[in-house]
Write a protein that binds this ligand. Structure first.
Ligand SMILES: C[S@@+](CC[C@H](N)C(=O)[O-])C[C@H]1O[C@@H](n2cnc3c(N)ncnc32)[C@H](O)[C@@H]1O
Length: 259
C-alpha cells in the first residue's frame, strides 16, 4: 500500500481500515455506549463506515452523523432510516444549528493535523451541545504510546510509530486544560492499559506483529489472544484496579458541558 499524501487521500482509499483490532473497537464501544440514552439526540462525527454508529443509533432516539470522505459517504448514505441523518461534511464545517444531547468522536480529532484545528473542532462540539449534555470520545494521546513503547523496548520489541501522515496525537495535559477552559468537566477516563500490555507486549514477545492496516502481518494466534485479553481486561476494570501510568494511546474520555 502506497503511503497516502494527505489525511484526506488516506480516507478516500478503499483499502484503508479504521481500526484493525476489533477487540479494541469493542472496548471503545463499551465505553461509549454507557452514556447513550434512549431519549438522546446524538451525533457521531467522522463516523467512517458507520460500523459502530449503527449500534449507537439503536440505543438512541435519533442519530446525526457526518463523514468527510466521499468514498465512505457513498457507502453509508445507503443506510436509510427515519432515525438517521447522514451528511458528507468536514467536522470543521459542523453545523451550529443542530443541538445535541451527546456528541461522539472515535479516533477523529486525531485526524485533524494540528492542535489549532483540533481546538477548532472541540469548540464546535462544545457549541453544539445543550447545557449538561455530554461529549464522549476515544482519542489517542502521545503519553500512553510512549509508556507502551518503553515496555516494548524492555522486551526487545520495536517502537510502535505514530502514522504522522494521517494522525496527530493529543498531548493530554494541554487537551484536558483546553476542555476545562471551554466549560467541560471531565467525568470519566478509561485507559485500556492491561489490554494493550497483553496484546502489544506479552503476546508479541513470542509472536511479533508487523505492518499495519490492510497489510498487517500476524499469526492467527492473535485472534484468540486478543479476544481473551479483552475479557481479561473487562474483569480487571470491574475490580477498579488502576495502573499508575497509562500504557497504550487510545483513551476513553467522558466530558459534561457545565458552562
Ligand atoms: C479512524 S477513522 C474512525 C471512523 C469511525 N469513527 C470508526 O470508529 O470507525 C477516522 C474517520 O474520520 C474521518 N475524518 C477525518 N477527518 C475528518 C474531518 N475533518 N471531518 C470529518 N470527518 C473526518 C475519516 O474520513 C475517517 O472516516
Amino acid at each position: 500500500m502506497k503511503r497516502a499524501k494527505s489525511n484526506l487521500q488516506y480516507w478516500e482509499d478503499p483499502k484503508t481500515i479504521s481500526l484493525v483490532d476489533n477487540n479494541l473497537r469493542l472496548l471503545e464501544e463499551n465505553f461509549i455506549k454507557k452514556t447513550i440514552n434512549k431519549k438522546f439526540y446524538i451525533a457521531d462525527l467522522g463516523c467512517g463506515d458507520m460500523y459502530s454508529t449503527i449500534k449507537y443509533s439503536s440505543l438512541s432516539k435519533k442519530t446525526y452523523c457526518i463523514e468527510r470522505s466521499r468514498y465512505l459517504f457513498n457507502k453509508i448514505k445507503k443506510n436509510k432510516s427515519k432515525k438517521l441523518e447522514i451528511e458528507n461534511l468536514d467536522i470543521l464545517n459542523f453545523s451550529k444549528k443542530k443541538i445535541f444531547d451527546l456528541v461522539i468522536t472515535q479516533r477523529v480529532i486525531i485526524n485533524l493535523m494540528s492542535w489549532q484545528k483540533q481546538k477548532e473542532a472541540l469548540k464546535l462540539i462544545f457549541n453544539s451541545l445543550k447545557k449538561n449534555a455530554y461529549y464522549v470520545c476515544t482519542e489517542c494521546n502521545i503519553e500512553g504510546l510512549k509508556n507502551l513503547n518503553s515496555i516494548r523496548k524492555k522486551n526487545k520489541l520495536k517502537k510502535i510509530k505514530i502514522h504522522d501522515w494521517h494522525n496527530y496525537f493529543l498531548k493530554e495535559g494541554r487537551f484536558l486544560n483546553y476542555m476545562k477552559n471551554l466549560g467541560f468537566k471531565l467525568i470519566k477516563k478509561e485507559e485500556f492499559s492491561l489490554y494493550y500490555i497483553l496484546t502489544r507486549v506479552y503476546s508479541q514477545s513470542s509472536s511479533p506483529i508487523s505492518g499495519y492496516g490492510a497489510q498487517i502481518k500476524k499469526n492467527n494466534i492473535h485472534k484468540s489472544v486478543d479476544n481473551i485479553s479483552r475479557s481479561f481486561y473487562l474483569d480487571f476494570v470491574k475490580e477498579n484496579i488502576l495502573l499508575k501510568k497509562q500504557y497504550g494511546p487510545i483513551s476513553g474520555y467522558l466530558f459534561k458541558k457545565i458552562k
